[in-house]
Design a protein around this ligand. Structure first.
Ligand code: V0D
Length: 264
């Protein structure tokens, strides 16, 4: 039954598309992606690593469109980690031009598609030209009500948690909060993603099977999906496969919940 429901997606027949969207629990609300394998994709073709990063931008655009089409509400993409500064200076400089390249190519279309661009991470070390481009995109799309396209930029989960704790301790020392009032909710609110739901599905491309300091707090209950496919090769149908796999896991969980709780 579910296979049927998803197989029509491949031919994109719109009459049945409705059914999937009305069955919202089968589509993850928030998908997070670790877009790995770009350098290896390029090297395998005898190209410099940066050619892979450039190709990665096209994949972001394709996957953003498909995610929106499928009814995903938030797409978080791991663009640059706090550990990525260890890469050669020339590669880092190239990477810092990618937000501008991406936005020059696609911002107009993102605006037309009602996408909201957001960024989470420590902007302190990001070059001014990059920040300018990113802020402009955030500003120009902030009133949009469609898919939230959230880039993790100079992001690290441990640093995020440390910052959240510091801000709570400051408030406690200022007698703004009681130490005993600190709970999961309060800590969540000090994270960099306070207004977003936690990711339902994490996809990591490129064959590594680890989280690499990505949204550790937020991913306590996230379904994890790993694929060998390099990010530049990751296609719309690969996204549908990942979401289909997610929906089968959800369905099993739902079954147990149904037995226990009746309705929900
Ligand atoms: C390189 C693969 C989009 C992973 C994707 C500065 C690494 C391509 C952005 C981007 C990067 C960021 C913010 C924004 C719009 C676009 C990006 C970086 C790297 C690091 F508002 N791709 N991308 N940023 N890569």
């Amino acid at each position: 039954m579910m296979l049927g429901k998803f197989s029509f997606l491949k031919n994109g027949k719109s009459e049945k598309k409705e059914q999937v969207f009305s069955d919202a629990h089968r589509v993850p609300e928030h998908v997070a992606i670790i877009m790995d394998g770009n350098g290896r994709w390029a090297q395998r073709r005898g190209l410099p690593r940066i050619a892979g990063h450039r190709e990665a931008l096209k994949t972001i655009k394709k996957i953003t469109n498909e995610a929106q089409r499928l009814g995903v509400k938030v797409l978080t993409l791991y663009a640059f980690s706090t550990e990525n500064w260890k890469r050669p200076k020339t590669e880092v400089e190239f990477l810092m031009k990618l937000p501008e390249q991406f936005l020059n190519s696609y911002l107009v279309e993102l605006i037309e598609n009602n996408v909201q661009v957001r960024v989470m991470g420590d902007m302190a070390r990001i070059p001014a030209h990059t920040i300018r481009a990113v802020n402009q995109a955030i500003e120009k799309t902030k009133k949009n009500s469609g898919l939230v396209l959230n880039f993790a930029l100079n992001y690290g989960s441990h640093a995020e948690i440390v910052e959240a704790v510091r801000s709570l301790v400051r408030d406690a020392l200022d007698h703004k909060i009681e130490p005993d009032s600190i709970d999961e909710q309060l800590l969540s609110e000090r994270m960099l993603s306070p207004l977003l739901p936690d990711p339902d599905l994490l996809i990591r491309t490129g064959g590594e099977i680890r989280l690499s300091n990505f949204m550790l707090w937020q991913m306590a209950y996230t379904e994890l999906y790993f694929t060998e496919i390099y990010w530049p090769d990751f296609s719309e149908s690969d996204l549908r496969t990942a979401i289909f796999e997610f929906s089968t896991r959800q369905r099993r969980y739902g079954g147990i919940k149904e037995e226990r709780n009746g309705d929900k």
